[in-house]
Design a protein around this ligand. Sequence first.
Ligand code: SAH
Length: 394
Amino acid sequence: MASVSLKPQREKSLLRKHPWVFSGAIRDVSEAAAPGETVDILSSDGTWLARGAFSPHSQIIVRVWTFDPAETVSPVFFSKRIQTAVSLRHTIPSLSGCDAYRLINAESDGLPGIVVDRYGPVLVCQFLTVGAEFWKEIIIKELARQIPVRGIYERSDVNARLKENLKKRTGLLYGDIPSEPLKIREGSAAFLVDIRQGQKTGFYLDQRENRTALADYTLGKDVLNGFSYTGGFGIWAMVGGASSVLNIDSSESAIDLARRNAELNGFSENQVKNTKADVFSALRQIRESGRRFDVVVLDPPKFADSRAHLDRACRGYKDINRLGLGLLREGGLLMTFSCSAHVLPELFQKVVADAALDAGRPGVILHRFGQSADHPVSLSFPEGTYLKGLLIKV
Ligand code: SAH
């Protein structure tokens, strides 16, 4: 097996079990290793540190599979890791009554580059790195052996693959999948999910616990759901007894499914309105119209892809939150999110505070939100945290 040796003093993060080695930390590579092949990682004095997948084209040149010198990276290794991830999900109380959840959350489940979401009888996978790609067939076989699924579908159509010198790819990997959107259950709500064309792997599973939390606050309320995707927060607002919901999203296909989701849950077009529009301009229009809401939910897409975009992202968050706060009735609630990992919770809170000052709507934080428990974050991998949210009462 080839090995990579680190420069002096570069072993610190590995000793803390952080799973990434950056190319700048490498002194040399012992022999030619193919992309995705397993290599040993040695400190500058030759001490064995870890074993991981070699990715010569990426800035993250090795992603660690194991910190145990006795553990070989083999089909048995993947079998065990998958089993551990599956049993963890069995222990998560908020998943009872849910048949859609994240089964494997990459680094945080000890499987860098591998994401697997379960939608009832179908698994949807993303293979994000050459290491994941290298073991793909083994992983698919093992998933099919351990989980009684009808089909496994690949949604590796993500930019992260390009950094690994991999092309984007989608398609069937195993069995078959229904041609129509799948129906999933999220407690007392049901949703249609388009795993082929939908965003991410089809649904924002990371927001599940936050959607259900919203229901506690919506009895008799008029709710605006900005960046609604297929209407998840809107349905849960209705489950909580909302008088009306207005979903706004710029994606036509998302709004189409939002309509079907309202119908599926027994809500009429009078109760749940769905509008295809840009949220920034829609909120300005609503402001001019004088219409107001009791609850505003804002769950925009990632505004910051990298640290370089941080300023621009913060301006976007401030703008949207100022507009959202301005549409609230006295005593109203803003449930607001950021899924940009680079925007840390303290910064997000500051941006929302600035927005409240500008809007002249002082408020208090009632709750803080994160990603659902099926998106765990390894203590050794804080980068796994990305979603943060606040519930503000003005
Ligand atoms: N809250 C949703 C997920 C929202 S994801 C849920 O729980 O399922 C972010 C959404 O914002 C996407 O559906 C995307 O289509 C939409 N979007 C992105 N930019 C937008 C814009 N400028 N105006 C309206 N919608 C936008």
